[in-house]
Write a protein that binds this ligand. Structure first.
Ligand SMILES: [Ca+2]
Length: 255
């Protein structure tokens, strides 16, 4: 299937009604929403874009860029310049009043969804390609109801391939509070990714992603869950239910 947009304008939303054929030959109508964004970045003469946000030109500002991890098609992402001048690749951004449902299928979590200028999930396939091409660290960030920022950082971070369930691999922890990803009885480290239609969690009786309405590295089920709509974003001991205001998952190459 292919299509072309002959007239476009920034921030317009286009809807494509595309027939999808099932194995029985019947078509099922689906709609695909696209948001066009403008990127002020020249196409490299090598036809390869920077492999991550660390590789964009020095002194760049935060914004939308095209990157291309090894083995990946070009990806539109948000590159985040922090207060120390370090550039991070944003693989997840969520806010309390998000327009996204977050209770998405395996296929949608695989290839990503959302709008890089607002809330989005980059996609497990692309997070995996990004983080297995080198050594990366990660910073999980949440903002509570009082606009206090809490974070957990791990000095290594990767997401396995799909054949290994997009499992989460974390290194050593630094942060202000408890290490809730690797040390507690409900761990997230080394868990496979679960969605409502692909239950890979550790609970034999519950489908964690379905119950809590968001794909995540569930075990039985979670202490931290940043993929969810409104009250389904939680960080134990920091914010829960109605008072997690926004989240980020940031990735940075370490060598
Ligand atoms: Ca289960």
């Amino acid at each position: 299937m292919s299509f072309a947009i002959t007239k476009s304008s920034k921030r317009s939303v286009y809807t494509c009604h595309c027939p999808i054929f099932s194995s029985k030959g019947s078509s099922v109508p689906v709609s695909v929403a696209m948001v066009l964004v403008s990127v002020s970045q020249s196409v490299p003469t090598s036809n390869r874009f920077p492999r991550d946000c660390d590789s964009i030109p020095k002194n760049s500002s935060s914004g939308v860029y095209v990157i291309q991890p090894a083995g990946s098609p070009p990806l539109v992402v948000w590159c985040n310049m922090d207060t120390k001048g370090q550039v991070w690749t944003v693989v997840q951004r969520n806010s309390y009043n998000t327009e996204l449902e977050w209770n998405d299928s395996w296929a949608n979590y695989k290839y990503g969804f959302g709008d890089v200028q607002n809330d989005y999930w980059l996609g497990n396939e692309y997070i995996s390609l990004l983080t297995i091409q080198g050594a990366y660290k990660v910073r999980f960030v949440v903002q509570d109801a009082s606009n206090n920022t809490h974070y957990a950082e791990y000095d290594t971070f990767s997401v396995d391939t799909e054949s290994r369930g997009y499992a989460l691999r974390l290194g050593r922890y630094t942060g202000a509070g408890k290490d809730l990803f690797t040390k507690e009885d409900v761990v997230h480290d080394n868990m496979k990714f679960s969605t409502y239609d692909n239950d890979q969690d550790l609970s034999s009786t519950a489908n964690c992603a379905e119950i809590y309405q968001g794909g995540w590295w569930h075990s039985k089920c979670y202490y931290v869950k940043l993929n969810g709509k409104g009250k389904n974003v939680r960080w134990s001991g920091v914010c829960s239910a109605e008072n997690c205001r926004s989240t980020l998952i940031l990735v940075k190459r370490v060598c």
